[in-house]
Design a protein around this ligand. Structure first.
Ligand SMILES: NC(=O)c1ccc[n+]([C@@H]2O[C@H](COP(=O)([O-])OP(=O)(O)OC[C@H]3O[C@@H](n4cnc5c(N)ncnc54)[C@H](OP(=O)(O)O)[C@@H]3O)[C@@H](O)[C@H]2O)c1
Length: 286
């Protein structure tokens, strides 16, 4: 059985990915309590001792607005940590998988982004993630960079839960001038599992198919939850005034994933319906 190491296994993506991989691999899991990937030596030692055939890096400093005033932490985790893990994976001949973001694009293309499109990140978080990509290419001979977007999973804080929470209090105002592809962590995990099972390397986009604005996503969430008495109105990014700039239009084109490994990601609406069921199951278990 192949050995796979998942870094950041307690995070939103890491938890779903480990559940997907556990039956098929000898799975090793680490989060910050076991290994801080910003520690170069510890990362080298940890990965050398396991000597896996793949290292999947689900670690992230993911506070997009917080990163504007904490650039050093964002770079330390998303870039230097990624470099440490890439170097350590390379030293044992492992394939290294880095999770990237649609935010590396500036959103001005006017169409969905392909893997080869030029990047131009607009905020600190996005720049730190782009450096993570560059380090991955530079320090790991066999790597995958899998860019995703607008993640929601039952094991983390996410937009779906934020909307459901706010809907209990009253009507909502949601940004309507940013368009992207919401992505269920379970579906991204499936895409990652298929890529792991293949011998692909290089950069791939993997999001749920279809796209929407945050406003449309919020309406979809309330519909999926059967909440019909809460009004959602449109807000502009300028009115919201978040610290970090985000791309206005950043859906990712999944065509390469489809073509190379024959996997078509479900639509975000289908994913949302399954998310609602999964959160019910989780609540019943708690
Ligand atoms: N969330 C999104 O919408 C989105 C979109 C596109 C791409 N991505 C990328 O997808 C990946 C997974 O995102 P996610 O939302 O699942 O993130 P997440 O829920 O924040 O999980 C990240 C995990 O990494 C851990 N971690 C943080 N710093 C660490 C360090 N120095 N060493 C080891 N572990 C550390 C975190 O621990 P603590 O919780 O204790 O800090 C957490 O368990 C990230 O690379 C992110 O940039 C996310």
């Amino acid at each position: 059985m192949r050995k796979v190491l998942v870094l950041g296994h307690k995070g939103m993506l890491g938890t779903d990915l480990c559940a997907r991989l556990r039956p098929h691999y000898q799975l090793f899991e680490a989060d910050i309590d076991e290994l801080d990937i910003t520690d170069h030596r510890a990362t080298q030692r940890f990965i050398r001792d396991i000597s896996p055939s793949e290292v999947v890096n689900c670690v992230g400093y993911t506070n997009v607005d917080g990163a504007e005033n904490a650039a050093h932490i964002a770079y330390e985790v998303n870039a230097e940590g990624a470099k440490n893990a890439a170097q350590a994976a390379d030293a044992v001949g492992a394939r290294y998988i880095y999770i990237g973001t649609d935010f590396v694009f500036d959103g001005t293309k006017g169409a969905s982004y392909q893997e080869s499109d030029p990047t131009n990140p607009l905020c600190v978080y996005a720049r730190s993630k782009l450096v993570g990509e560059l380090y991955t290419r530079e320090y790991s001979e066999r790597h995958l960079i899998v860019r995703t977007a607008w993640l929601f999973g039952v094991h983390g804080k996410n937009f779906v839960e934020a909307i459901l929470r706010q809907a209990k209090v009253g009507d909502l105002r949601v940004v309507d001038d940013q368009v992207g592809s919401p992505t269920f962590a379970v579906d991204l995990s499936e895409g990652l599992a298929r890529l792991l099972a293949s011998d692909e390397t290089g950069t791939f986009h993997c999001t749920n198919s279809g796209c929407c604005s945050w406003f449309e996503f919020a309406k979809g969430i309330l519909e999926a939850a059967g909440i019909l008495d809460v009004k959602v109105s449109r807000l502009s990014s300028e009115e919201l005034g978040r610290a970090a700039a985000r791309p206005a239009y950043s859906p990712l084109d999944n065509e390469k994933l489809n073509r190379e490994i024959g996997f078509k990601m479900p639509t975000w609406r289908d994913a949302l319906a399954r998310y609602m069921k999964a959160r019910e199951v989780l609540r019943e278990q708690e």
